[in-house]
Design a protein around this ligand. Sequence first.
Ligand SMILES: NC(=O)c1ccc[n+]([C@@H]2O[C@H](COP(=O)([O-])OP(=O)(O)OC[C@H]3O[C@@H](n4cnc5c(N)ncnc54)[C@H](OP(=O)(O)O)[C@@H]3O)[C@@H](O)[C@H]2O)c1
Length: 267
Amino acid sequence: MSLPAPTSSNRAVVTGASSGIGAALATELASRGYSSILVARRGERLAELAEQLRERYRVQAEVRVVDLADAAARAPLADELAGRDIAILCNNAGIATFGPVTGLDPTAERAQVELNTVAVHDLTLAVLPGMVARGAGGILTSGSAAGNMPIPNNATYAASKAFVNTFSESLRGELLGTGVHVTLLAPGPVRTDVPDPADASIVDRMVPDSFWISAEYTATLSLDALARNKMRVVPGILGKAMSAAGQYAPRALTAPIIGRFYRSLAE
Ligand SMILES: NC(=O)c1ccc[n+]([C@@H]2O[C@H](COP(=O)([O-])OP(=O)(O)OC[C@H]3O[C@@H](n4cnc5c(N)ncnc54)[C@H](OP(=O)(O)O)[C@@H]3O)[C@@H](O)[C@H]2O)c1
């Protein structure tokens, strides 16, 4: 079974399409002929991308300005998607915080959980019945190599990505044979902007250029993997190394080492 072919009425939904991996996914989907629904909070960026996609690829691109961390704002989008022919859902919007949870704003931490996990769950459950009834569809979720291990000083993010990593891979098992593909994108660091040397983070400074992968490469690899219904796609050497460490090294050993590194990200 392959993914549904693009039609004039079906849509690929990309959350977090206003920058980074999401913008690259929307562009790659358009280059493959898919019309899209682009979701994020920054409407101007979405409108600009939608215009580019229409002009360059002759597809339709709709914009939905939604704060996905807000359950009330998210509900109308979920209702709309449940009633439409959604060929592909890219659950991509996500944020991360760094530093000890005790020093972080509890409201923002809760919003991170809501965005990174509950919104993914809600939108997936909204599109699934239609996909299963049509016997075709694709759900790509941006998890992370960070979701494979405990990461002190990145606790909310790592735990939220553990949820989506496990949810995606479990769901795939339930849907085998239905025609619905489910793939987890679990990258290590992806360079989404060329950093200004003055503001470069410790990750930008420590990870050699040759180890970075681009958002465009990540998007192409991810959509190829979704077409093949791969369980998980881990682009780049660093992502693969993080993945192996997270899955096979003893957690009691890796947690303090990686926690020290992540503490420096918060400074
Ligand atoms: N880049 C990496 O190194 C990396 C590594 C592993 C995993 N990932 C995962 O890949 C995904 C994309 O990452 P990225 O690096 O491309 O991030 P990014 O450039 O920061 O983009 C994040 C996207 O999420 C959207 N977003 C944030 N809060 C939102 C909210 N409350 N409601 C709706 N949309 C919201 C942002 O749009 P607005 O601000 O306009 O709302 C933006 O479009 C994330 O899930 C991330 O955890 C990234």
